[in-house]
Design a protein around this ligand. Structure first.
Ligand SMILES: C[S@@+](CC[C@H](N)C(=O)[O-])C[C@H]1O[C@@H](n2cnc3c(N)ncnc32)[C@H](O)[C@@H]1O
Length: 281
């Protein structure tokens, strides 16, 4: 009889399809630097976790565009957060739908506070693999599809002077459009002025197409939210402002740029895949 899988791997196997997608960026951060040295993010924790979970990353590495997308977004998010903490060194950073990321390895400035939150099953796995061992590093359980998460996580109140840095990466693509709107509205209603939200976006043409995606297709998760124009991100609340939009296309070289130019010849549409920085008035 084959030996039972180790407890952590058993845990992953019981995950829902969307929860299982957390392996995709984990592998990219751990091993993607071998394929794209210029984009390597130096994620020591991801490499350690991959070994502990006994995940064979090779199958995921075959999906090179996704590996590059993850490395690109990781570095950009890190830069956005670093810039934010230079301006607000004692502020909070919050990663919702954090999966097995560890941004605090790069962002701990000795004064800021970081909160990682995800669904209960994922947080249970995090507790065994990435226990929050510092007073300024916290962990919380949050279901973003249930309104009221800001209060349940006891995030800083709007009345406090200090803005927060909020990150939601690789999560909202799996939500229904009205669920995404509710998340954006909750952030806009609850967060202090000057707070920043960084999230990734996909063009609407990707909705319902996850079965053709080399990595996500294996999980049975589905893309349910995409956008046509960047303004759709801010239309749901007057406090939301689009600070900057980034497209991954240039990091894919001339092929990426050509594809995006064909897709969006006048530059009016949202990128095929990108990152948005929203700020609250
Ligand atoms: C592709 S993974 C991204 C994980 C992480 N942000 C990263 O980039 O490595 C999707 C994550 O969304 C989380 N997620 C899915 N539905 C959620 C919900 N309703 N509330 C909070 N997190 C959710 C999953 O548990 C999973 O960790």
């Amino acid at each position: 009889m084959p030996a039972p899988p180790p407890p952590v791997r058993r845990h992953c196997e019981a995950f829902t399809p969307v929860q299982q997608t957390l392996i995709i960026p984990l592998v990219a951060r751990a091993l993607g630097g071998g394929l794209y040295p210029g984009h390597a993010c130096g994620d020591e924790q991801a490499s350690r976790l991959l070994r502990t979970l006994e995940i064979d990353g090779q199958a995921y590495l075959a999906d090179r565009p996704t590996v590059l997308n993850v490395l690109w977004r990781t570095r950009l998010i890190r830069e956005c957060a670093q810039a934010f903490f230079v301006e607000h060194p004692k502020a909070w950073g919050i990663n919702l739908g954090c999966g097995l990321t560890d941004y605090f390895q790069w962002l701990n400035n000795g004064q800021n506070t970081w909160l990682d939150a995800d669904l209960a099953e994922v947080m249970a796995l995090r507790k065994t693999l990435l226990p929050a061992q510092m007073p300024r590093l916290r962990a919380g359980t949050a279901d973003l599809q249930q309104p009221g998460w800001w209060q349940r996580l006891r995030l800083p109140k709007r009345a406090t002077a200090q803005p927060v840095f909020l990150l939601i990466e690789g999560v909202l693509l799996y939500f229904q459009p009205d669920e995404v709107r509710t998340v954006l509205q909750e952030f806009a209603e609850a967060a202090p002025a000057g707070s920043v939200l960084v999230l990734d976006t996909m063009a609407r043409c990707a909705v319902g197409q996850a079965q053709w995606h080399a990595s996500v297709g294996r999980t049975q998760a589905q893309f349910r939210w995409g956008i046509g124009q960047m303004q759709e991100l801010t239309a749901c609340h007057p406090r939301l402002q689009l600070r900057q939009s980034h497209s991954v296309a240039p990091s894919h070289g001339w092929m990426g740029v050509a594809m995006e130019a064909m897709w969006n010849p006048w530059g009016h549409s949202a990128p095929l895949y990108g990152l948005a920085e929203l700020v609250l008035e």
